[in-house]
Design a protein around this ligand. Structure first.
Ligand SMILES: [Zn+2]
Length: 562
C-alpha cells in the first residue's frame, strides 16, 4: 500500500516504536569510525552505520576473528566475524560496556547511529529481539541517548557472545493452523465481560507476547504503526497500565468491544454473523480444476504504484520497482511453465516485462496498458491509475468471457509491499471483504482518462451472492498461497496473515483494485513490510524475489488442482 503521509509520520508515538521509524527517509547520519587495535597491535578500522550495523576493515583482521568461509577483502560484516572477533569488536567499539556474569551493561556512545534494533542485532544476534531488549529496560526512552545504560541479560545474549542463543521467539501454538481454525483458536482465548467502563473482551497475555502485536494487531484490524500504537496506548490506559513494556505473562488485558475485528465480536453482533456467513461460503465453495498447465486460466497481474508514485519507502528501498520485479518474475514463470493466458496492467517502458538483478533508483516512467496507454506521470491524479488497473483487468476478463472462457478460471493478483508496524513482518494478503464491496459502482470520465476500456468496463455490479463468492474464493487462494510461502520458508505475517479490510484513521475499506474486480479470485499481496529491516533486506535480494515469484506460481498451480 502507499506510504504514510508526512503528517502521519510526524504523529508517530515514540512510546513503543523502535528507532527504525525515527527518520524513515531522511538522510542517514554519517557512519561512526573507530580506530581499534587487534591483540597483536595491528590497526583495524571499525565502522558503525545507521541501520546497517557494524563492520570491520578486513585486511588487518586476524584469521581467528573471521567466521568460517568469510571473505576478508573490503569491509567484513559483524555477522561474518567469529565469536572471538565479535567479542573483540564490541569491546573495541563500546569500551565503557560492562560484561558481567548475568548481563551486559551497554552504555550508549553513538546515539546518532545506535538504535534498539542495532543493539538487539549486535548483542542478541537478531534485530527482531528489539522488543525483548526494550522489555528488559522499561525505564529507558526508546530513542537512545548518550550515556544511557541498557541491560542485556545473558538469557538474551547470542550464543556467540556466551549467551543461551535466544532465537527470536515469535511462534505461537496457532501458527500451524489454517486461517479459519487459527481465528477460532484466537477467539477461544477471549472471555467476554462488562465493567464500569463498558463491555470488553479479556485476553490473558502469554509468555513472550507484546500488547501491540498479540492484542492490537491480532484482535483488531489495525496494522499501521500509528493506529497500532494509539490503540495500544488506549488499551493500556483502560487497563491502568503505565508502561506497556512492563506487561507480565498472565496479565489480563481488557479490550473494549468496539475495537475488535469482526471474527472476535460478541455473539449476536452483525460483524460476527458476517464472518460466519463467509466461513460457511468458503466451506461450500468447490475448488476449480484446471490441470497442472493451467490451461484455460486467465490471469491478470498488477504491480502497485510506479511512475511518479514510488509507493511505501523505508530502509533504503521503495515499493514500486521491487514489487514490479516480483510481478515480472511471476509473469515469466507463468509464461515459461504454463498454458495460462497472462496479461499485465502496468509496464515500465524502459524495461519492458523484464526482471532485474539489481535495482538502483526508482524508475521514473510507467504506463497502465490501456488503449491508449496511460502514463503514470502525475499529469492526472494518481487515483486515475489505480482505477484504470481494475477497469483494464475487468475489460480483459470480459473479452475472455465473450470468447467462451470459463469465468470461474479468472485470477487477479496485485503486488504491493507495506510500511507497517515492524512486528508485523512478512507477507500479508488482502481479500475483498464481502460487506465492503458495493452493489454497483461506476467511474465518471474524469477518473478514467478517456481510454477505450473505460467505455466498456468502467461500471461494475455485484449480487450479494457474488460478493460472498468473491471473498470465499479469494480466501481459498490466499490459504494456498500462504502454504506455498511457508513451504519455502518465506516469512508471513504473524497473527492474521489474511485480512479482508483495511482500517486506517477511522475508515474501513477494501483496496479498489480488488474491491471492483470482476475476477472470480482476486488478492492484493503485501509481499513484505519495508519497515522491518529483515524484510527490506529480503526484497533487495534478487534470489528472494525469484523464490517469492516461484512460490506464487506454485500456489496458482496448487489452487487449480483438486
Ligand atoms: Zn502499495
Amino acid at each position: 500500500m502507499g506510504s504514510l503521509s508526512p503528517l502521519l509520520r510526524a504523529g508517530l508515538s515514540l512510546l513503543i516504536l523502535p528507532a527504525v521509524f525515527a527518520a524513515p527517509v531522511a538522510q542517514d547520519p554519517a557512519p561512526v569510525l573507530v580506530h581499534a587495535r587487534s591483540p597483536e597491535g595491528r590497526a583495524i578500522l571499525l565502522r558503525l552505520q545507521f541501520r546497517k550495523g557494524l563492520s570491520a576493515e578486513g585486511k588487518a583482521l586476524p584469521r581467528a576473528f573471521l567466521a568460517a568461509g568469510a571473505d576478508p577483502s573490503g569491509w567484513v560484516s559483524f555477522e561474518s566475524l567469529s565469536p572471538e572477533g565479535k567479542r573483540w569488536a564490541l569491546a573495541a567499539l563500546f569500551p565503557e560496556d560492562q560484561w558481567r556474569q548475568e548481563e551486559v551493561r551497554h552504555t550508549v556512545r553513538h546515539p546518532e547511529v545506535e538504535s534498539v534494533w542495532t543493539l538487539a542485532a549486535l548483542f542478541t544476534g537478531h534485530g527482531q529481539n528489539y522488543d525483548k531488549v526494550m522489555a528488559e529496560n522499561p525505564g529507558l526512552p526508546e530513542k537512545l541517548q548518550e550515556g544511557d545504560t541498557w541491560r542485556i541479560p545473558r538469557s538474551l545474549l547470542s550464543a556467540d557472545l556466551g549467551g543461551t542463543g535466544h532465537r527470536p521467539d515469535r511462534t505461537q501454538p496457532e501458527d500451524e493452523l489454517d486461517d479459519e481454525a487459527r481465528v477460532a483458536a484466537y477467539r477461544s482465548l477471549l472471555s467476554f465481560g462488562e465493567d464500569a467502563q463498558g463491555k470488553y473482551a479479556a485476553y490473558r497475555m502469554r509468555k513472550g507476547e507484546a500488547l501491540y502485536s498479540s492484542v492490537v494487531i491480532r484482535y483488531t484490524d489495525r496494522v499501521d504503526p500509528r493506529g497500532v500504537n494509539e490503540l495500544a496506548e488506549r488499551i493500556a490506559n483502560r487497563n491502568g497500565i503505565a508502561d506497556v513494556r512492563g506487561i507480565q505473562p498472565g496479565q489480563l488485558i481488557k479490550i473494549p468491544l468496539t475495537f475488535l475485528a469482526d471474527p472476535f465480536q460478541s455473539e449476536g453482533s452483525s460483524g460476527l454473523a458476517e464472518e460466519r456467513e463467509v466461513r460457511a461460503e468458503v466451506r461450500r465453495t468447490v475448488h476449480v480444476e484446471a490441470g497442472p498447465k493451467l490451461k484455460g486460466v486467465r490471469i491478470v497481474i498488477d504491480a502497485g504504484h510506479g511512475g511518479v508514485d514510488s509507493g511505501a519507502r523505508a530502509n533504503g528501498i521503495w515499493e514500486s520497482d521491487f514489487v514490479y520485479d516480483i510481478a515480472m518474475r511471476v509473469r515469466r514463470l507463468l509464461e515459461q511453465e504454463t498454458d495460462a493466458q497472462v496479461s499485465s496492467t502496468i509496464r515500465y517502458p524502459g524495461l519492458g516485462f523484464k526482471s532485474r538483478e539489481e535495482i538502483r533508483t526508482p524508475s521514473q516512467a510507467a504506463e497502465i496498458l490501456t488503449t491508449p496507454p496511460f502514463a503514470v506521470d502525475g499529469e492526472s491524479p494518481s487515483a486515475v491509475s489505480v482505477h484504470l488497473r481494475w477497469v483494464l483487468a475487468n475489460d480483459l476478463f470480459a473479452s475472455f468471457r465473450r470468447t467462451k472462457g470459463d469465468t470461474q478460471k479468472t485470477l487477479f493478483l496485485s503486488f504491493h509491499a507495506d510500511s507497517l508496524h515492524p512486528s508485523a513482518r512478512g507477507s500479508m494478503i488482502y481479500v475483498p471483504g464481502a460487506s465492503l464491496v458495493p452493489t454497483t459502482f461506476g467511474l465518471g470520465s474524469a477518473k478514467t482518462g478517456h481510454v477505450a476500456e473505460a467505455k466498456r468496463s468502467a461500471r461494475v455490479a455485484f449480487t450479494g451472492r457474488e460478493k460472498l463468492q468473491g471473498e470465499a474464493r479469494s480466501r481459498q487462494f490466499s490459504e494456498v498461497l500462504l502454504k506455498a510461502l511457508q513451504k519455502d520458508r518465506i516469512p508471513i505475517h504473524p497473527n492474521r496473515p489474511i485480512r479482508n479490510v483495511i482500517y486506517r484513521g477511522g475508515g474501513r475499506w477494501v483496496p479498489a483494485v480488488i474491491r471492483y474486480s470482476t475476477s472470480a479470485t482476486k488478492a492484493l499481496i503485501e509481499v513484505a513490510n519495508l519497515t522491518n529491516e529483515d524484510d527490506a533486506a529480503n526484497l533487495k535480494d534478487p534470489d528472494f524475489r525469484e523464490r517469492y515469484a516461484a512460490a506464487v506460481v506454485n500456489a496458482i498451480r496448487a489452487y487449480y488442482r483438486k
